[in-house]
Design a binder for this molecule. Sequence first.
Ligand SMILES: [Zn+2]
Length: 435
Amino acid sequence: MKVKNYIYSRYSGINSILLLGKDRKIRDEYVMTKFYEQWKLPARYWKLGLSEAISNIKSGWSNIKLRIKAQVKENDNLKNDDKHYINYILKSNELYHSILTRKEIEIPKVFKDKELNYQYLNNLIRRYTRKYKNKIPYSNKNTTFSIDTGLYSYKEGYINITCAKKGKRLPIKLTDRNIRNNTLKVKIIDDKLEIHCPLKVETKKHKDFVNTIGIDKGYKYLFAVSSGKLYGENLNHYLNKETERLNKINSTRNRFYALYKKNLELGNINKANNILENNLGKTKYIKNKLKHDKTVKSYINYSLNQLIKEEKPKEIVMENLDFVNWNNIYPKSIKRKLSRWIKGYIKERIEYKCDYNNINYTYINPAYTSKVCNICGRFGKRDNDVFECSNCGKLHSDINASKNILNRKYDEEISLYTKFIKVKSILENRLSINN
Ligand SMILES: [Zn+2]
């Protein structure tokens, strides 16, 4: 763990780009610092920690680059040459590093006779990088470390792990009889120890998955699908129950807090402290919160499995929840009431399950998808479940939105990054042409 933290703190800054692909150099430099002597770790341990840390840093950078590329591709303000330039820079770690550290670079030959706004493009590269660069992934919590085959052995239902102290072995009773022969991850959770074994995940191919569907992630229902079906109608029930519980806790806590203050004023210090310790504590609150979160998570997974089983999608089209979050030009009305972690969790699960089942997913610009009629394009009124179009009558609001989301995929004028106001004028324009 210490090894990992050391590598992270030393190398996950911008300078780490230059070291990518040069593992040896980091390792040699590391040996020279002799940190490992100070920690008295078996060489195997720090070597594993080292290669883990490096591969984390590597994948961190390639993620950043992938995200920048995706965003550049969608950016309508950039010309093809601009995009070409940015991708060219990203390909070379040296050039990329110079841009990030604001060093002068020689304009690559390919771009010599092109009059690009380099200052603007370089700034854009820096801005995108800042946006996607994660914070240093410290593994402070001391919760996981790796052991390769030389660091463990099996004996009579126990696994023996070589300890940081030389010559010592830690025997741990196993709950199964599986014998592994690859690098294992050991995770410490409170007083329990979990041993994780990497399994090859085989993705599933479904020949009968042929549908392209739009989904709207709602509040009342978890998902509304363009096929007309709704999934996860109980989410609201769980969330309301939690809100109720939090309100109740808050009012109780407020009452005790008043009592605490009153005793303090009266000079009953002991009594006041008692109240503080026994009734304003957070332990119970956190325990219940975790229980609630677990229920919500398993409900989300259940609903998502149901959706995939019934819709048999080959592609899922949806709005990018991140996008809605960070972009303040969007009106409040389209920011859902879902709390931030639930949004993040839903997104993560959809992506995971899509990858697992070989389903493509596409993000679209959600602007006005809940405000216009999917049949005639007119702006309508939304009142909870009901969307009312002056031309087509009453529709289910979330299903209507999910159909608009699906159509947006094929919209040639509205890209993921078209501004909200621009989307409105495009939609209005279409109406005036059609009527
Ligand atoms: Zn209509």
